[in-house]
Design a protein around this ligand. Structure first.
Ligand SMILES: *[C@@H]1O[C@H](CO)[C@@H](O)[C@H](O)[C@H]1NC(C)=O
Ligand SMILES: *[C@@H]1O[C@H](CO)[C@@H](O)[C@H](O)[C@H]1NC(C)=O
Length: 389
């Protein structure tokens, strides 16, 4: 499997990187399909934008700079053109800090803090807020570029940390999220899907929720979406749990949330380990290592088939190496051996969508963090897009 996928990748890669063909105006590639193994969504291709402020640092470097949703330069022509090229590109807005983000709208919240470094905060940050004028500007860009938006909502609002390590308990307070969705709908901003929480499932990362409580919270989200968007045709989808796969947790979540609540079962993939790992570059080129994650895809496919056949699995966030990726690796050509292999594998196991962390920001951006110039993986994605047309 990996061998075949890699061979296709090499053919595609050599088309672009061998000088004679790169100079040509048009290159046509024919892929003759015989049977189909699985079916993806028409809009499989997705990339993420994250909330990280420039003070987000890992391993003595701070690779987000001004690429976070609150400070990204939305007037960049390169950024707009990079998004437009996919027509449409799915963009998932979310990440670790989304569960500490409040929306500056409505009257259920009185204080609107800025994200600040705080050692006792989740992920080392205080709470932050999204002003509605910034949301308006983001939507202007999304409209202009025809992007398809998934918005990740704060799922911890109203809950409290239990005595038991990272477990959070209590009901989700949906008031602020509801005010935000109501504002968004009233402005006519088109949202493809709302997702609830980030990496709160199974053992979580900084915080975790029990599967049955999360299922109740997502039922509540579905009710709000149905109420605010009564037209079934344009009703945003509901996605969750946006975290790492665990069989028991995912089973319970699907059983308790019940039929037709969740439209996409989103899971996150960071199968290359920590960004600081010195062997990262070797793992990326080792097909046996790359195939290990197939087990997870297979298990998830089976659980969704059995417990949530109304939904499909989605890769909601996948950056390869975690903690912002590898400084000298994740934005370079070699990363494509992991990335393009992943795209093929993901589709084979029936995932509908693949969201690459990140469109911009960290060391794994498809675009360079400061110049916005596309990195090699951007072109890998574009080749995939063009061969699908
Ligand atoms: C803490 O949570 C774990 C996992 O859910 C559970 O097994 C354990 O019994 C809990 N401990 C207490 C003191 O509640
Ligand atoms: C961005 O470009 C600069 C200059 O070429 C390079 O040093 C840096 O590593 C690149 N970073 C990313 C994340 O693309």
């Amino acid at each position: 499997m990996a061998g075949l996928r890699l061979a296709v990748f090499c053919v595609l890669a050599s088309l672009c990187f061998s000088s004679s063909l790169c100079a040509a105006d048009d290159v046509e590639v024919f892929v003759k399909g015989v049977t189909s193994l699985a079916k993806t969504d028409d809009n499989f291709i997705c990339a993420t934008l994250d909330w990280w402020p420039s003070e987000k640092c890992d391993y003595n470097q701070c690779p987000w700079e001004k690429a976070g949703l609150l400070n990204l330069d939305l007037n960049s022509k390169i950024l707009a053109n990079a998004i437009k090229a996919f027509d449409p590109l799915r963009i998932r807005l979310g990440g670790s800090l989304q569960d500490q983000l409040v929306y500056q709208v409505g009257d259920s919240i009185k204080k609107f803090p800025h994200f600040k470094r705080r050692d006792d905060g989740l992920f080392g940050f205080s709470r932050g807020s999204l002003p509605m004028d910034r949301w308006d500007q983001l939507n202007a860009l999304f409209k202009q570029t025809n992007a398809k938006i998934t918005f990740g909502l704060n799922a911890l609002h109203g809950k409290r940390k239990s005595d038991n390590s990272t477990l959070w308990v209590g009901e989700w307070n949906s008031k602020n999220a509801r005010d935000f969705m109501k504002y968004t709908a009233s402005k006519g901003y088109i949202i493809d899907s709302y997702e609830l929480g980030n990496e709160l499932c199974a053992s979580g990362v900084s915080a975790r929720l029990e599967a049955d409580q999360y299922a109740k919270d997502i039922i509540q989200l579905k009710e709000i979406v149905k109420e605010l968007y009564p037209d079934r045709e344009t009703q945003p989808k509901v996605l969750g749990p946006a975290g790492f796969y665990d069989t028991e947790w995912f089973k319970t979540f699907l059983e308790v949330s019940g039929p037709h609540v969740v439209d996409g079962v989103t899971h996150h993939i960071y199968n290359l380990g920590a960004g600081v790992d010195k062997t990262l570059i070797n793992k990326i080129q080792d097909p046996y290592f790359l195939d290990e994650i197939a087990e997870t895809f297979k298990d998830l496919e089976n659980v969704v088939k059995e417990f949530g056949p109304w939904a499909g699995p989605w890769v909601g966030e996948s950056g390869g190496a975690y903690n912002s990726g590898g400084k000298d690796v994740s934005h370079t050509f070699v990363n494509g051996f992991w990335y393009l292999d992943q795209l093929g594998m993901t589709a084979t196991f029936n995932n509908k969508v693949y969201c690459r962390q990140s469109l911009i920001g960290g060391n794994y951006g498809l675009l360079n963090t400061t110049s916005f110039i596309p990195n090699p993986d951007y072109y890998g994605y574009l080749l995939l897009f063009l061969t699908r047309k």
